[in-house]
Design a protein around this ligand. Sequence first.
Ligand code: NAP
Ligand code: ZN
Length: 352
Amino acid sequence: MKTKNTKAFGTDSATAPLKEMTIQRREVTPTDVEIEILYCGVCHSDLHTARNDWGGTVYPVVPGHEIVGRITKVGDKVTKLKVGDIGAVGCLVDSCGHCESCEHDLEQFCLNGYTGTYGSPDKHLGGYTHGGYSERIIVDERFVLKVPSNLDLAAVAPLLCAGITTWSPLRHWNVTKGSKVAVVGLGGLGHMAIKLANGLGAEVTLFSRTPNKKEDAIKLGASHVVISTDEEQMKSVKGKFDLIIDTVPYVHDVNPYVATLNYSGTLVLVGYLGDLDPMLNTVPMIMGRKSVAGSVIGGIAETQELLDFCGKHNIVSDIEIINMQDINTAYERMLKSDVKYRFVIDMASLKN
Ligand code: NAP
Ligand code: ZN
């Protein structure tokens, strides 16, 4: 298959900084579109993957799954998009399309394994897929989203992962006007969770370790902020929440948050992957019919639903635009929670 040299930023090892590299992109097939990437958000998952926090990273890796760009080429059979349109791509670029999950628009649970935007086996070229820290990407049109024309394109990018990852549990657990929702951690996912829950009419509370984020949380749409290290404050919200979205990336004690669920309430983990430490105590779950659940991104139809909702309600991410060359500093700042509230790479900087 013919390929095209494409400038990208990635890394060859868990301990090396990201640097410029050349990758290959396929030519468009009849159902593909070619996207010139304008903006790409920086997700904490990019950092986890680059540094092999979860194990299994195959190098070289080119992260990036919050992609917005302009369509520059389309295959003969493409009907949904045309050259010149704006298109967006999130964490998924393919799935089998015929298993029970795919038939229910739940490509994130594809029983035959979805193809992730980066780090998945590449069905076309062999090797592994490469993400949005690059000049262009070729994607089957089924996995390309339409962007509402009233939204700022750079600030839309984080909706493709941070947005859908928090939207999907809000929708699945039927959050609506008057629901009591709490969000743990005010970072990229957390700030989107606050905006979206607020947009759905919920009363939102933020749990944070960081007292000086209070003012921001209120501006983003939270009604209350609880400092999670303060036992008195934690007690004051005992039994309160219908749904808690926990975005913390590292191992932490979830038992104090379970105590703040109302009966039949659910705590959804979307951040940390791995064994809980300390372990989960089942007593409050049994005595209050409470659930602890997990959730991963969302399907393509649900992502389009989110983008349309954001268009209607004028919701985008709060971002800091960076140049591609500043990605390593951005990772260090993200680890210190020093970002309000998502870095987005201006991909024009890769041309310099
Ligand atoms: P982020 O911007 O770095 O935000 C994480 C927030 O968690 C921080 O701002 C901080 O908030 C809190 N936090 C950080 N370290 C903590 C610690 N050791 N203990 C307690 N709280 C801590 O990260 P993100 O991009 O939102 O991603 C969050 C996690 O979700 C990552 O692990 C990422 O891989 C994962 N993720 C999952 C999915 C999915 O589909 N399930 C999708 C995307 C990302 P405070 O200062 O307010 O406490
Ligand atoms: Zn992500």
